[in-house]
Design a protein around this ligand. Structure first.
Ligand code: GZL
Length: 306
C-alpha cells in the first residue's frame, strides 16, 4: 500500500451548493429509471448541481464517466458501480484527486477495496438477505419440492453475486429442491425471456423460477406462457425489486412474490452527504430496509410500485 491508501478520506466542505457527479450504470429498466429520477429530484432540494452520466451498460464507459467527473473537479461523486471490480481504480483516482465517493445501490468487491479508506460508505440493500427471503418463500410455496431455474443479474455485479449466494445457501439446505440451471439475463426483461425460453427446452419439467430482478421474472413469465405453461399454477415465480409490473403480476396470480429493492436513493444520499460535510461519522454500510410483497399485500401496496 502506498501512503495514499491510508491517507485520510477527502473531506466535503460545508457550503450551500455542491457540484455532484452521479454515474449511472444504464437506463434499460424501470428500476434504473426510478433511481435516476430519485437522484435528479433530490438534487434540487439538496443544493446539488448534478453532473449526470449514463454508462449504457458498460463498466468501461462508467470508468471513463467517473474520470471525466474528476477532471471537472466535482465536490462529490455518487456511484453505483456496475460490477464489483472494474470501478475500483476510478474510486481510488477520485480519492487521490481529493474527491470523496459515496457508493449507492451496488458495492465494490470488499476483498479489494476498503470502506472508510477508499470510499466513504455503501448505501444499499442487503442483497444476501433478499436472496434468502426469496428462497424461504419458495421453500414454503413449493412444500420443499421441485426443480428451479435461476435467472442471474448482470455478471460481476454485487446484487447478482449476493442474491445468488443468499438464495442458493437456503436451497442447499432443502434437499427436495434442486437448482437445475442458473444463467445470467443481465437484469433485462428481453434477455430474461430469451434465457428462460432456452432453458425450458433443456428443462421442460421446471416447477419454479427465481429471477434476480422483476424485469427478468416478467420476461420469464412470457416465455413460460409461450411454452403453454401456466405461471402461478404449473410454475411458481419469485423475484426481487417490487416494480409496478411485478405487483400487478402478483395480484393476478402469475408471480408468487417479490422482495423489494428500493431504488429511491436520492433522499438518503443527500442526508448522508450532509452528515459527512458536517464531519459526522458515517457507518461503512448505510443499510436500506426492503418490504416483501406476495398475494396478501401486492394489491394494497400497488402505489409502492414504480
Ligand atoms: C439493485 C440494482 C439492480 C436491480 C435491477 O440495487 O442494482 O439493478 O435489482 C437493476 O433491477 O438493474
Amino acid at each position: 500500500f502506498g501512503v495514499s491508501a491510508y491517507a485520510e478520506l477527502p473531506k466535503l466542505k460545508q457550503k450551500d451548493t455542491y457540484k455532484v457527479g452521479f454515474a449511472q450504470t444504464e437506463s434499460n429498466n424501470p428500476w434504473r429509471i426510478a433511481e435516476s429520477k430519485s437522484m435528479q429530484d433530490v438534487a434540487k432540494t439538496c443544493g446539488w448541481n448534478l453532473v449526470y452520466t449514463d454508462a449504457a451498460g458498460s463498466a468501461a464507459k462508467q470508468v471513463a464517466d467517473v474520470e471525466s467527473m474528476i477532471a471537472q473537479k466535482v465536490d462529490l461523486i455518487v456511484l453505483a458501480p456496475r460490477e464489483e471490480k472494474p470501478l475500483i481504480p476510478a474510486v481510488r483516482k477520485a480519492k487521490k484527486a481529493g474527491i470523496p465517493v459515496i457508493l449507492i445501490d451496488r458495492d465494490v468487491d470488499p476483498k479489494l477495496a476498503k470502506v472508510g479508506v477508499d470510499y466513504v460508505t455503501f448505501i444499499g440493500s442487503d442483497f444476501v438477505d433478499q436472496g434468502r427471503r426469496a428462497a424461504e418463500w419458495l421453500v414454503k410455496a413449493s412444500k420443499g419440492q421441485g426443480k428451479i431455474v435461476e435467472l442471474e443479474g448482470s455478471t460481476g455485479s454485487s446484487p447478482a453475486n449476493n442474491r445468488k449466494k443468499g438464495f442458493d445457501d437456503v436451497i442447499a439446505k432443502n434437499t427436495g429442491l434442486k437448482i437445475v440451471a442458473s444463467q445470467s439475463g443481465d437484469f433485462s426483461r428481453d434477455k430474461g425471456r430469451q434465457v428462460m425460453q432456452t432453458l425450458l427446452q433443456a428443462h421442460p419439467d421446471v416447477t419454479a423460477v427465481y429471477a434476480h430482478n422483476d424485469e427478468m421474472a416478467i420476461g420469464a413469465i412470457s416465455a413460460l406462457e409461450a411454452a403453454g405453461k401456466k405461471p402461478g399454477q404449473d410454475v411458481v415465480v419469485v423475484s426481487i425489486d417490487g416494480t409496478r409490473d411485478a405487483l400487478t403480476a402478483i395480484a393476478s396470480g402469475k408471480m408468487g412474490a417479490t422482495v423489494q429493492s428500493s431504488p429511491f436513493f436520492g433522499p438518503i444520499a443527500c442526508e448522508t452527504a450532509r452528515k459527512y460535510a458536517r464531519g459526522e461519522k458515517i457507518p461503512g454500510w448505510v443499510k436500506v430496509e426492503d418490504k416483501f410483497y406476495d398475494k396478501s399485500n401486492a394489491q394494497a401496496n400497488m402505489a409502492d410500485g414504480y
